[in-house]
Design a protein around this ligand. Sequence first.
Ligand code: XIL
Length: 362
Amino acid sequence: MKVNFHHFGLAGLLLIGVAGLTAQRPAADKGLKDYYQQYFPIGVAVSTQALKNPAETALILQQFNSLTPENDMKMGPIHPEENRYNWGPADAIVDFAQGHKLRVRGHNLCWHEQTPKWLFKNADGSQVSKEVLLKRLHDHIDAVVKRYKGKIYAWDVVNEAIADNPNEFLRNSDWYKICGEDFIAEAFRYAHAADPQAVLFYNDYNTERPEKMERIYKLLKKLKDAHVPIDAVGLQGHWSLVEPTEQELRTTIERFGSLGLKVQVTELDVSVYPWEKDRRARRPDESDAYTPEMQQKQTAQYKLFFKVFRDEAKYMTGITFWNISDHYSWLDTYPVAGRKNHPLLFDENFKPKPAYYEVVKF
Ligand code: XIL
């Protein structure tokens, strides 16, 4: 019998070639969640609209294992009238997550923004009393947390209660004006009563700026000392090419961790513009350009931040990005309307940016 060595040899060579290629390249379906499997879940903020777009759902399922509803669980959207809840969009996100075995972080239960019109007013238009407002807060938290009990593992219970002004402690919101600081502890108690298993967070921005960090620490310590059921703190992580520094970030994580709280980054993006809360109008010299310098600096920032997260892994229980890709970011319209930003790890065509490769290289 004549063996055709020629063909055998060719097939063998082909086999070796294919094996070599797969060894060098990560599997096509490997994503952030897989690289970070030993560390913590990697999440992303989503809308129901994104979950209807096949390009976006493919990217979500490849890269992430946790979801946060970007807007649909906030009090205004989910509870538009006192006796009416709008569950549809929130349910759709939770159903999608359940169907694909993704975790869900609930966002959020008590915030000064995106509140429904009826919340702070009596039927006659006058301001509600503290007693009435706390009862409304209780009923809201009880209904929302119980509906998703066992499906949502963590809640941002109170969002952004610290004032921007360094000379003030708590933000002078309607919550604070009507209830004083009690609404904070009460919100945690209501959430804990509704779902004792849920991991309860205080969540805020600019948490790494030393002065604001100290005020947040003071609030968290007060809550811990009073045995309020708080488990963790969320650093929103709306950062930029110029902040935070490595030291600020490490100090913040370790300081909050020292209170026995877990830490997550809950809304990560790295703006190509500096932080400016109050400007709305675009300047004539501003373009939408994503310059090579911006890209380089952003890549270095992402690389640094994830190195710190890995180093501080004993405190960290999750990292969530605020939006999926540069195709759409809330920073395209905030704070400056109509100025394109490029803050995420995937570009406008859903392709990984250089920063992505640095984040998964360790
Ligand atoms: C933002 C959403 O991304 C926008 O779509 C919405 O218009 C405003 O809120 N801190 C938070 C998030 O806790 O809820 C905010 O989300 C971004 C800042």
